[in-house]
Design a binder for this molecule. Sequence first.
Ligand code: ZN
Ligand code: ZN
Length: 159
Amino acid sequence: MASYFDEHDCEPTTESSTPFSQANNLLLQLARMLLEQGPDFEMDLTSLTPGERQAPPASKAAVESLKAVQITPSQAAKGASCPVCLAEFDEYEFVKVMPCQHKFHPSCILPWLSKTNSCPVCRHELPTDDPEYEEARKEKERAKEREAQLDMLHNAMYG
Ligand SMILES: [Zn+2]
Ligand SMILES: [Zn+2]
């Protein structure tokens, strides 16, 4: 007897379907659309973070301080490529490195960072020039710290 997948002529999906990786792919798709459509493309990122406001662009200072590195021959030989346009990097090509170490063509990542502040691969956030957003983000971090401290306290008392 044929299996379900034979009968329906489809393959079980091998891609991870966790919400994070979906959001992840969606960000890269948006980054590609932005490249295709140009700077007037209106991105709607609110669907990625329901209930939260859309992240503002990365701050100018943060973008300017992104390191540019040259692709080494061994990186090029391994087929290192730009996550946005998927083109392989050339030897000695200059690329922009995010703090999370993800590398992009400047022409691929800079338009993206003028729209929003996170790495399209891993969502690592760059600082923004938006005081309200920064305040909300700090508040979130403080809440996380408080939670961690409570955990520690709890472990010290009962662990
Ligand atoms: Zn690229
Ligand atoms: Zn990243």
